[in-house]
Design a binder for this molecule. Structure first.
Ligand code: ZN
Ligand code: ZN
Length: 582
């Protein structure tokens, strides 16, 4: 097999789209200690990808060797492969890219400057160049000699979207490096290389997001984690902005994402994702290196410890910084960035993403009765600890749905359903955590009839129910008798509750996670058992509900993550009525 053919085959693995080329080239620049990396695309990279850096550069010999398979010095040390001082499996990439495209490269190590022109793996020209320092490499005619692969390239916007995403992550991974990304001469990303992570977040996401970020830092024996999470009012509908890094490498790991998602549980609605920049540093030997070079998926030893560390740290930060959404601050919440291209391509890419999304939660609890979510941004001055002393005096009920309350800071609207849902949810969760379940024995057992398959499935999973205080007995064909249930099940709603719980058991068949099961159960029941909108509760009921709400661990969100309280501060009101003019 000729070397060029081998390269073309390797290219199939390394090069899938424009973003994979950008990734390889930029990682080379990072390896070469660049402090300034400029990426210029034309037509999203379909016409041309150019990467210019101010890194170490190469002499003529190294430059030539860089296009030969297995030739790069980076692969000489075995243990060098993945994490130690190098960014990835290098050595295959450049020859592979060169075998399926046309490349022009200028490089200089400060003394020796050279120019190489190579197409389809054939050297067309090699001579001395005029670059002072660093490397300037351009890739054109991508896949010109492999039509089958050419077909896989997507439209300009899709390719561009992927590159933007990648460069954002690379910039977040390396706040010390200045990144510039342009497409058709228009600047899309520019970071300053300030070595300040929050500043880099600001440069990538804009003020609206960077203002809402909360810093965290924690360690255990094996891992150091550091970074920023957003307050729950900034949420996105895909998980692109879960930026996770291990030893400065962009990674994807289901468990890490799960830890983040679980930490936000009940602080955000299902299917919404926060903006997170999470940097994990660890001993490289804990990272599995036997993973496909271009994929960002990694495997980590001690992943359970890492899960715990991330989960606990983020949950604490959220808890300590929770805020009541303020009605009057800026309206653009889910729009993270008014970057034109993001808007253009966001919709079209969504459908693609859905394919990649792995279900993180085994249970998806449906919220069907709540109004459309509209989170507002919050008042930065209030922090959770102070709010623990929150006192709300009910004034009345509006639209049979919102309790109006006041205190000396302003006016509050409280969604009565969401509020009661929160109260019930915490009550159920507390009951479920009790070691000894208090049970109520039924004088008249409840008869539950099921289909044959449901009956069989439930029989196999009876433990789930019995361990939680539900005593069921078989009673004839496909029928169970409920003889006792835990005391916390709301009186008058026993049958409805039990049926809901059985539904949950039946839907979670394969993957049973007791913690999630309890949470799902508590949420489902809390929702069912809470007063609906358009139902007028009495002033004393309003007062009672507010009292119960303010002592909750998280009074500000219903268990689906929607806000329970919206605040109009006195200042907001004065501004609206133009009593104050600024
Ligand atoms: Zn609900
Ligand atoms: Zn809810």
């Amino acid at each position: 097999m000729s070397e060029n053919l081998a390269n073309k085959i390797a290219a199939g693995e390394v090069v899938e789209r424009c973003s994979s080329i950008v990734k390889e080239l930029v990682e080379n620049s990072i390896d070469a200690n660049a402090t300034n990396i400029v990426i210029n695309l034309f037509k999203g990279g379909l016409d041309k990808i150019q990467v210019i850096d101010d890194g170490d550069g190469m002499d003529a010999n190294d430059a030539h060797m860089a296009f030969l398979r297995h030739a790069t010095s980076k692969l000489i040390h075995d243990d060098d492969l993945f994490f130690i001082n190098t960014m990835g499996f290098r050595g295959e990439a450049l020859p592979s890219i060169a075998s399926v495209s046309e490349i022009e490269m200028q490089t200089s190590n400060g003394m020796d400057s050279s120019y190489i022109h190579i197409k389809g793996g054939e050297f067309l020209e090699e001579r001395s160049g005029d670059l002072r320092q660093g490397t300037n490499i351009s890739v054109t005619n991508l896949f010109y000699n492999t039509p089958a692969r050419l077909k896989y390239l997507k439209a300009e916007n899709t390719e561009l979207y992927n590159v933007v995403n990648l460069v954002e992550k690379l910039a977040l991974a390396h706040p010390n490096i200045k990144f510039t990304l342009t497409n058709n001469d228009k600047i899309l990303i520019k970071t300053s290389g300030s070595d300040n992570l929050l500043k880099t977040i600001h440069e990538i996401y804009g003020l609206n997001v960077s203002n809402k970020m909360l810093e965290f830092k924690a360690s255990d024996n094996d891992f150091d984690i550091y970074g920023y999470i957003c307050k729950p009012e900034i949420l996105k509908s895909n998980r692109n902005d879960l930026n996770t890094f291990v030893n400065d490498r962009v990674v994807k790991n289901v468990e890490i994402n799960r830890a983040i998602n679980d930490a936000y549980y009940t602080y955000k609605p299902e299917g919404k994702y926060p903006v997170v920049v999470l940097k994990i540093n660890t001993d490289p030997t804990l990272v599995d290196v036997n993973i496909h070079p271009t994929k960002q998926d990694i495997k980590l030893s001690k992943i359970n410890d890492l899960y715990e560390l991330i989960y606990k740290t983020i949950k604490d930060v959220l808890y300590n910084n929770l805020l009541i959404p303020n009605a009057m601050r800026d309206k653009s919440v889910n729009i993270i960035k008014d970057d034109v291209i993001k808007d253009i391509v966001a919709n079209m890419v969504k459908s693609e993403e859905k394919v990649n999304v792995q279900t993180e939660l085994d249970f998806v609890v449906e919220e069907n009765d709540d109004a459309k979510l509209e989170l507002k941004t919050s008042d930065d001055a209030l922090i959770n600890k102070e709010m623990k002393s929150l006192v709300l005096y009910p004034v009345g009920l509006a639209l049979g749905t919102y309790i109006i309350a006041e205190n000396d800071e302003g006016i509050y609207l409280i969604d009565q359903h969401a509020a009661q849902e929160r109260v019930n949810y915490e009550r159920y969760m507390k009951a479920l955590r009790e070691r000894n379940v208090a049970i109520t024995t039924l004088l008249i057992p409840i008869k539950i009839e099921l289909s044959t398959s449901e009956f069989t499935l439930l029989k196999e999973n009876m433990e789930v129910l019995s361990s939680r205080g539900f005593q069921l007995e078989e009673f004839g064909v496909n029928t169970f008798l409920v003889k006792a249930h835990p005391t916390w099940v709301l009186e008058g709603h026993e049958e409805e509750s039990i049926r809901k719980i059985i539904d949950l058991v039946l839907t979670c068949k394969d993957k049973f996670d007791p913690v999630k099961f309890n949470e799902s159960m508590a949420i489902t029941l809390a929702c069912k058992m809470s007063i609906k909108a358009n139902y007028r509760i009495s002033p004393s009921e309003q007062e009672e509900l507010l009292k119960e709400l303010v002592v909750c661990d998280n009074p500000y969100n219903c268990p689906h993550g929607r806000p329970t309280i919206i605040k109009f501060s006195i200042y907001d009101l004065e501004r609206m009525f133009k009593r104050v003019m600024n």
